[in-house]
Design a protein around this ligand. Sequence first.
Ligand code: SF4
Ligand code: MG
Length: 314
Amino acid sequence: KEVKVYFPSKSKLYAKSKSVVKAVDDVSFSIRQGETLGLVGESGCGKSTTGRAVMQLLKPTSGEISFAGRKLSSLSVSELRQERKHFQMVFQDPFSSLNPRLTVKEILDEPLKAHRIGSAQERWGRIRHIMEVCGLNHNYASRYAHEFSGGQRQRIGIARALILHPQLVVADEPVSALDVSIQSQILNLMQDLQEEFQLTYLFISHDLGVVRHICDRVGVMYLGRMAELATTEELFANSLHPYTKTLLSAIPVPDPRLRKDRIILQGDVPSPINPPQGCAFSGRCPNVMEICKESRPRMLNVTGEHSVACHLYG
Ligand code: SF4
Ligand code: MG
């Protein structure tokens, strides 16, 4: 709840003012069991940082992250270690996220060993099984990751995330590095695996087309804050936040008659080091009002499944 992740600013320009980068500023949401929640926004909006905070890869400056009703910050190191099995991450770059000195078998065996699961034989059984369900022939288990194509490497990355039978998988741009033809194979695989293993996904992406395809609900982030959160259907049919409308207007539509006028934003993306006082989007918003520059809009529930942070509403 109300998670903040601030980093001390490394920029020399700002060194004197002892500023912090407000990478994630009061973001609050919950992920429901079995759903795919998307986080979208431009690079630097804080979506990856939010995902890493959920994964406990970095500590929020303030705020709480709970998993299955337990506050993660209140757990001891060994309890957290135990709990970590239940949430795993799939990374964007299947080329750099797999250790090139390890074989596929070793890559998949690592998490099992770390959690002291099973005998060598049991672990090998589990490795073979997870390879097969991820569409990898287990006869290739003794090969090194670099011997595989990008799509196959991402299958290995997914297999590694799933081998501990997690409940939540945080996937940060899992298909962005892949060819478009391979992207849909990986997305379909993720959907099949979700059903088979009853997984919950936090799906981080800048690609609205991908998000629309796979997510049940979508949160739109701008400059470290949540701008709008709704079911995917609702968001694409009835977006409310001016920033979301801008994003949606930028999606290419094949039929020109269906094309909405693309909204071109004025101004630069403000820096998270020095975000605007009121609404983070106020410097670029086509609907900006006086109040927007002074007061920060709170997230407001518009209908049951639709919340927005904007002074135009409420
Ligand atoms: Fe635009 Fe104001 Fe809404 Fe911000 S609060 S998105 S500036 S209308
Ligand atoms: Mg990112």
